[in-house]
Write a protein that binds this ligand. Structure first.
Ligand SMILES: CC(C)(COP(=O)(O)OP(=O)(O)OC[C@H]1O[C@@H](n2cnc3c(N)ncnc32)[C@H](O)[C@@H]1OP(=O)(O)O)[C@@H](O)C(=O)NCCC(=O)NCCS
Length: 142
């Protein structure tokens, strides 16, 4: 089930985030983003458990996809694809017609996911990431 993120999901979301990223967002970081009127945050719930989440930040008719993660055990089942399709559908309803994101150059799974969703590479941001230092690939979908 794909649904809007709620306050009761935040501990599970922060726990997944901590297990994946070297500079994870905190529970409070997710909370303040989630309650903003300029964001959309979704979770995927399976058998009562949060297995994935994503979010975007809107600026006029454009949006930055700020978070995308699927729990290790739930990957490879089309969850990220379905979740991001829904995120962009809801975004379009709010007037968004261009989506952008950054992704680590070495993150082949995410790069393939975004290409499958119709994103195209627009450029490279040198040394954008820390821990470890790495370039970001900037992608856009119109
Ligand atoms: C990237 C990530 C979100 C993909 O989630 P997922 O639910 O496993 O992805 P899906 O099953 O929806 O896959 C959709 C498409 O993505 C691509 N993909 C997903 N995993 C892949 C992998 N390990 N290798 C290559 N391509 C992959 C494929 O094109 C796939 O389509 P296909 O099944 O027809 O081949 C997940 O691996 C993850 O959470 N990674 C860690 C966090 C992260 O990197 N977030 C993105 C930060 S920018």
């Amino acid at each position: 089930m794909i649904r809007f993120m709620e306050e009761r999901d935040l501990c599970a979301v922060a726990e997944i985030e901590k297990g994946i990223f070297s500079q994870p967002w905190s529970r409070d970081g997710f909370y303040s983003s989630m309650i903003s009127k300029d964001t959309i945050y979704l979770v995927v719930e399976k058998d009562g458990e949060i297995v994935a989440y994503c979010g975007l930040l809107q600026a006029l008719d454009e949006a930055d996809i700020t978070n995308v993660a699927v729990k290790k055990e739930s990957r490879g089942q089309g969850i990220a694809f379905a979740m991001l399709k829904e995120l962009m559908r809801l975004g379009e309803e709010k007037g968004i017609n261009a989506f952008t994101l950054e992704v680590r150059k070495s993150n082949e799974a995410a790069l393939a996911l975004y290409e499958k969703l119709g994103f195209e590479v627009a450029g490279i941001r040198k040394n954008f990431y820390d821990l470890p230092k790495e370039d970001a690939v900037i992608m856009w979908k119109y």
